[in-house]
Write a protein that binds this ligand. Structure first.
Ligand SMILES: Nc1nc2c(ncn2[C@@H]2O[C@H](COP(=O)(O)OP(=O)(O)OP(=O)(O)O)[C@@H](O)[C@H]2O)c(=O)[nH]1
Ligand SMILES: [Mg+2]
Length: 194
């Protein structure tokens, strides 16, 4: 199946906390700042700039929901723990993430945890992974921007991540060069269909 229709639906911040009444199945994209979450979503939805991307880290500060094929939600969450943003904003964004995941744990069918392949997994990625596990939500790890790495280094980073995340599924991807984006979409369809 292919994504043939994708539109922006709404943004949610902690201040505009709302009660979600709809029960559409949802895929949530999460990861440290600047790892390429928004770019990956554009690649999956075959859009150039539906999701706002930026080379300045920490731009996404709300949960942004997109309606895919008039049926599913793909949601871009802001990142946790970007030191330069200052503690107050960081705590606010962390609060938004935990509120969103807990509020929507019954409609979220998959979390895509994005890691920059060149930086690799950090302690904060492990903390987020553990938190997602504690909520009982399924998670797939994505290594992004692999166009910047040599083949051997991609394999090394992938193996390291599989070890660090206890055998979790790890998918290397390049949103810019469209490498293995289709493979991730296939996995997401399987989950959305079931
Ligand atoms: N080389 C390369 N660069 C990429 C790729 N994907 C994203 N980038 C670049 O990485 C930077 C951040 O991309 P975004 O998609 O905005 O990242 P994000 O995780 O949404 O960032 P925040 O919203 O700030 O947390 C931008 O300069 C992108 O052009 C990729 O596949 N390859
Ligand atoms: Mg973003």
């Amino acid at each position: 199946m292919k994504i043939t229709d994708a539109v922006f639906e709404s943004s949610v911040s902690l201040d505009s906390r709302k009660i979600f009444l709809d029960t559409r199945k949802e895929v949530v994209f999460i990861g440290r700042s600047n790892v390429g979450k928004s770019s990956l979503m554009n690649a999956l939805m075959h859009k150039k700039d539906l999701v706002k991307t930026s080379s300045t880290p920490g731009k996404t500060r709300t949960a942004n929901m997109f309606l895919v094929n008039k049926k599913y939600h793909y949601t871009d969450l802001p990142w946790y723990g970007f030191a330069k943003l200052g503690q107050e904003l960081r705590e606010k964004l962390d609060g938004l993430i935990s509120w969103y995941l807990e509020e929507k744990q019954h409609t979220i069918v998959q979390i895509v945890l994005v890691l920059d392949a060149k930086i690799g997994a950090q302690q904060s990625d492990r903390d987020m992974y553990d938190y997602i596990q504690s909520l009982g939500l399924p998670v797939t790890l994505v290594l992004s921007k692999i166009d910047r790495l040599k083949k051997n280094d991609i394999i090394k980073t992938k193996t390291h991540c599989e070890e660090m995340f206890f055998g979790a599924r790890v998918i290397p991807i390049s949103a810019h060069k469209d490498i293995w984006v289709k493979d991730l979409q296939k996995i997401l369809w399987e989950v959305l269909k079931s």
